[in-house]
Design a protein. Structure first.
Length: 824
C-alpha cells in the first residue's frame, strides 16, 4: 500500500542490522517474515541509514542501489537480462547455453566499476519455488565472493540458508509490530482520528501487520470520517478479512488476496496440514501437532511439518515456551480458503489431544506443581475453551472425552473457566441423556452443581443437581463419586446456612472416603477443611481446631512425599507458603479465631492465607475470601482506611468477571458496609448494605450471612434516624432467630437486632413501656444464651463481652423506665 506515512518502529531490528554492518564481516543480509509484515520497507529504511556509513568508508565510490523484484522472474535468461539492464550493460550472447556462465559478465562489471553496489532481491519466495532457485542461490554466492564493493540483501517469506558463505551471512526474521510500534503507525496513518478507548482493541485486531494498520487508518480517514473507531472495532471483530480487503484497493493491498496467494503456493498436502493446525485456536506444541496430524514421532513431526512451515513463515516459534503459533489473520484466511477434508477425524484428534492436556493441568493443580499448572493453563486456555465448545458436535467417538473432562476437571473449570463451562455442562447433560447413560449424567450433575454453587453463587440450583446425582449414586455401592457428592452437597448447605444438614453430609463423605483407601486424597482433605469450617460456624471451636490440625498434618505428609519426588526429578522443593491449599487452611483458621474473639490471631492467619494466595495467583473466589477476611480484621482493630482500600481492590476484581459472582460481591459489600458503619458514615454504609441484602436474598435467604446483612442495614438506617425502616429490618432478623441460631449458635446478629429494637423504643417520642420491656426480656434471654454457650466452651473473653452488653442494656432500659414513671 503506497501511503505516504513516515516509517515507524523497528528500532531494535534496525539496530541489530547496523551492528552487523559495522562488524564488517557480513556480505549478504537476509530479512525474512510473513507476508505484509513490512520487509521491503524495513530494508529500505536500513539502507537509508547505512548510506552515510558507506560514503564515509568509500569516499571515492558512488553508492548505487538496485532493487530487483524477483516475483516475476522464472528463467535463467530472464534473470541474466534483468541484471544486465540494472547494471546498464548488454547481455553477452557468448554465455548463452552455458549454465551460470553469465555470472562472469556481471562479476567483471562490478569489479571494474567505481561504484558501491547495494543489491536488493525482493520477494524471493517465488524464486525458491521455481526452477530458477539453484541458479539464483549460486548467483548470490558469486556476488558475495566479490566482497569489496557490493552488499546483497534478500527479502523473502521463505527462509534461505547458505552453507558456502555462512560466516558472511547475517539474517533475521521480522516479526509483526509490537503494540507500541503499531499504535505509532496507526496514529500516523490516521492523524485526524480520535481513537479514545478503542485504540488498543484496533491494534490487537490488526495483529501488528503494517498493511492492516495502514488499511485501517485509511478507512478511518476516508469518507469524511464516516467510520468511527467503535465501528472499526466491530468490523475487525466480526468480519476482519472483508474489512481489510475492500474492492476499492489494488489486489496487492487487499489482505485476503495477499494471504490467499500465500497459502495457495503450498502443496495440497501442506495446505491440509496447515488447516488442521489452524483448527487449534491458540499456540501449540510439537507433541500436539504430532497427535493432530497422526505423525509417528515428535522428531518426524518437526522434520516433515514444523521446520518447513516455520522456514516459510506460516508458523512462528517461541523458543522460551517451545510453542508454535499461527498469526490471527492467517488463521482467518485458512478458515475461508482451505476446507478441511475430514473434519470428523480432525475433531476427534483435537478432543483426544486437549482432553489429555486439561486432565494433566487439573492433576498438576492439586500438587506441588501448581505454579507450572497455572503457567500451562495460561498457554492452553484458548485451546481448552474450544474443547468445551466441541461438545456441541459430540459423536460416538468423542462422547467419552467430554465425560472425562466433566468428571475429573471440575475444580479447574469452575475456578478458571466459569464463564465457558455452563454451556459445556448443559451440553454434557444433553449427550448423557441422548445416550441413556444415567451414571454419567449423575457425574456431570455433581460438577454442574459445584460450578453453580462456587462460581455462580447459585446455591439453590447447585443443591438441586447434587440431590439428583445423590439419588442415582446411592442406589449403587460406596464409591468415590458418592463420597464427592456428599462433600459438595455438605458445602452447599453450609453456604445456605443449613449447618446441621451440612455436617451430616460432610461426615458421610469423610467416612466413606477413608473407607475407600488413602486418607490423604484430595477429597479426604477437602472434607477435613469443610468440617472445620462448619464446626466453626456451629461454635464447636475445639472440633474445628482438631479438623484443621489434622488437615495440616496430612497435607504436610503429602508435601514431604511430593518434595522427595521433586528432588529425584531435580526440581526445587516447595514450602507450604507456595501452595494454595495451605492458604485456604490458614484462612479458615483465621475465621475460627475471629469467631473466638481472638482478633490478633485471626489477622495473623488471614494475612498468612492472603499472602500465599497472592503469591500463587489463586482463583478469584479463593483470593476474595481472604481479602474480605483481612479487611474485616483490620476494621475490628480500628484500621478502617486499610480495610476500605483492601475491599475496593476486592470489588474491582469481582467486577472484572463476566458476569460478576453474586456471592463474592455480596460478601465484599457486606463487609464494606460494616466498615463504614464503624466510621459512622451511614449513607455509604447503607449504599453497600442494600446491595448485599439484595444479592443474598436471592441465593441464601435463610443463611446467617443474610441475617447479618439485614441487621447491619438496620443499624445504618438507625444512624440515619430512619427508625421505621430500621425497626422493620430488625424485626425481620429477629423472625429468623430459630433458623439462624440452629445454623450458627454463636451468632450475635439476633441480639444486635434486638438491641436495635430497644434503641428505637428508647428514641421514640411516644415510648411504649410494655413493648420496651417485652423486647428487653427477649434480648436478655438471647444474651444469657450466648453467655452460657461461651461458658461451656471456656471462652472467658466472649463471656465477659456479652455480660457487659447485658449490663449496659439493662441500665439503659431501667433508666428509661424510671424516667417514664417519674413523668407519669
Amino acid at each position: 500500500m503506497d501511503i505516504e506515512v513516515p516509517f515507524q518502529g523497528r528500532e531494535e531490528f534496525l539496530k541489530d542490522f547496523i551492528i552487523a554492518w559495522n562488524a564488517k564481516k557480513y556480505l549478504v543480509y537476509g530479512i525474512y517474515g510473513m507476508r505484509s509484515v513490512g520487509k521491503s520497507r524495513t530494508v529500505k529504511k536500513h539502507i537509508d541509514d547505512v548510506q552515510k556509513i558507506i560514503q564515509q568508508e568509500h569516499k571515492q565510490l558512488n553508492v548505487k542501489i538496485i532493487d530487483v523484484n524477483m516475483r516475476f522472474l522464472k528463467t535463467d535468461k530472464q534473470l541474466h537480462e534483468q541484471m544486465c539492464a540494472f547494471f546498464g550493460i548488454l547481455p553477452d550472447p557468448s554465455y548463452d547455453g552455458q549454465p551460470n556462465a553469465w555470472f562472469q559478465q556481471i562479476e567483471l562489471h562490478i569489479k571494474s566499476a567505481d561504484q558501491f553496489f547495494i543489491l536488493v532481491f525482493d520477494n524471493c519466495e517465488d524464486v525458491m519455488d521455481s526452477e530458477l532457485k539453484d541458479t539464483f542461490l549460486s548467483f548470490v554466492v558469486t556476488l558475495a565472493k566479490i566482497k569489496l564493493n557490493i552488499r546483497v540483501y534478500i527479502t523473502s517469506t521463505t527462509q534461505i540458508l547458505f552453507t558456502q558463505i555462512k560466516p558472511a551471512y547475517f539474517y533475521k526474521t521480522l516479526e509483526p509490530m509490537n503494540d507500541i510500534e503499531s499504535k505509532k503507525l496507526l496514529r500516523a496513518a490516521a492523524k485526524n482520528v480520535n481513537f479514545g478507548e478503542h485504540l488498543d482493541k484496533i491494534v490487537e485486531l490488526c495483529g501488528g501487520l503494517p498493511l492492516a494498520l495502514l488499511m485501517t487508518g485509511s478507512e478511518l480517514e476516508a469518507d469524511e470520517g464516516m467510520l468511527k473507531p467503535e465501528d472499526m472495532v466491530e468490523l475487525l471483530s466480526e468480519c476482519r478479512l472483508r474489512a481489510l480487503s475492500r474492492e476499492f484497493y489494488p489486489k496487492d493491498d487487499r489482505i485476503a488476496d495477499v494471504y490467499k496467494d500465500f497459502i495457495l503456493r503450498l502443496s495440497e498436502v501442506f495446505q491440509q496440514r496447515l488447516a488442521c493446525l489452524g483448527y487449534i485456536p491458540g499456540s501449540f506444541t510439537a507433541s500436539q501437532v504430532k497427535e493432530m496430524l497422526g505423525q509417528k514421532t515428535v522428531a518426524l513431526t518437526k522434520d516433515l511439518v514444523l521446520i518447513p512451515m516455520k522456514r516459510r513463515n506460516f508458523i512462528s516459534f517461541n523458543s522460551k515456551t517451545e510453542r508454535f503459533d499461527i498469526h490471527g489473520i492467517l488463521r482467518d484466511c485458512l478458515s475461508v480458503y482451505v476446507c478441511i477434508k475430514n473434519i470428523p477425524a480432525v475433531r476427534k484428534r483435537y478432543c483426544k489431544t486437549f482432553t489429555e492436556e486439561i486432565k494433566k493441568i487439573s492433576r498438576l493443580m492439586s500438587t506441588t506443581d501448581y505454579a507450572e499448572a497455572l503457567e500451562l493453563f495460561g498457554q492452553e486456555n484458548p485451546n481448552l475453551q474450544k474443547l468445551l465448545t466441541e461438545v456441541l458436535y459430540t459423536s460416538h467417538d468423542t462422547y467419552h472425552f467430554f465425560i472425562e473432562v466433566a468428571s475429573t476437571c471440575s475444580t479447574l473449570l469452575e475456578n478458571f473457566m466459569a464463564s465457558h463451562c455452563e454451556k459445556f455442562y448443559e451440553g454434557c447433560l444433553k449427550i448423557t441423556s441422548d445416550h441413556g447413560r444415567h451414571q454419567d449424567e449423575a457425574v456431570v450433575k455433581i460438577s454442574f452443581g459445584s460450578m453453580l454453587t462456587n462460581a455462580k453463587g447459585d446455591t439453590i440450583g447447585g443443591e438441586k443437581y447434587y440431590r439428583q446425582a445423590l439419588q442415582v449414586l446411592k442406589a449403587g455401592p460406596p464409591c468415590v463419586k458418592l463420597a464427592e457428592v456428599h462433600q459438595r452437597l455438605g458445602w452447599n448447605l453450609h453456604v445456605q446456612g443449613r449447618a446441621e444438614e451440612s455436617l451430616r453430609h460432610l461426615k458421610s463423605s469423610f467416612e466413606m472416603s477413608q473407607s475407600l483407601g488413602n486418607k490423604r486424597t484430595v477429597l479426604c482433605l477437602q472434607s477435613l477443611n469443610s468440617l472445620g469450617v462448619v464446626c466453626t460456624f456451629l461454635g464447636n471451636f475445639d472440633d474445628a481446631e482438631k479438623y484443621y490440625t489434622e488437615s495440616i498434618r496430612q497435607n504436610r505428609k503429602n508435601l514431604e512425599e511430593e518434595n522427595l519426588e521433586r528432588v529425584k526429578q531435580k526440581k526445587k522443593p516447595l514450602s507450604e507458603d507456595e501452595l494454595p491449599k495451605f492458604g485456604a487452611i490458614f484462612n479458615n483458621m483465621g475465621i475460627m479465631y475471629q469467631q473466638r474473639g481472638e482478633n490478633d490471631k485471626a489477622l495473623y492467619y488471614h494475612k498468612k492465607g492472603l499472602d500465599i494466595k497472592r503469591a500463587v495467583k489463586a482463583p478469584t473466589t479463593a483470593l476474595l475470601v481472604s481479602i474480605n477476611n483481612v479487611a474485616a480484621d483490620y476494621s475490628l482493630l480500628g484500621r478502617h482506611d486499610e480495610a476500605i482500600e483492601l475491599l475496593k481492590e476486592g470489588e474491582s476484581i469481582v467486577l472484572k468477571e463476566v458476569p460478576p459472582n453474586e456471592s463474592n460481591l455480596s460478601t465484599i459489600y457486606d463487609t464494606m458496609g460494616k466498615v463504614y458503619l464503624k466510621c459512622n458514615k451511614f449513607l455509604k454504609a447503607r449504599e453497600y448494605l442494600v446491595m448485599a441484602v439484595k444479592s443474598r436474598e436471592t441465593y441464601m435467604a435463610t443463611s446467617p450471612m443474610h441475617a447479618e446483612s439485614i441487621m447491619h442495614l438496620s443499624q445504618a438506617e438507625m444512624g440515619l434516624k430512619n427508625y421505621k425502616i430500621a425497626r422493620n429490618l430488625a424485626e425481620k432478623v429477629v423472625s429468623m432467630k430459630d433458623v439462624v441460631t440452629k445454623s450458627m449458635p454463636q451468632n450475635s446478629f439476633i441480639s444486635e437486632a434486638m438491641e436495635c429494637l430497644v434503641e428505637i423504643c428508647l428514641q421514640s417520642n411516644n415510648k411504649n413501656i410494655g413493648r420496651l420491656q417485652e423486647i428487653y426480656l427477649e434480648l436478655e434471654e438471647e444474651l444469657k444464651r450466648l453467655i452460657r454457650l461461651h461458658e461451656n466452651k471456656y471462652n472467658d473473653k466472649l463471656v465477659q463481652h456479652f455480660k457487659k452488653r447485658l449490663m449496659s442494656i439493662e441500665k439503659k432500659v431501667r433508666e428509661a423506665v424510671c424516667k417514664l414513671d417519674l413523668t407519669d
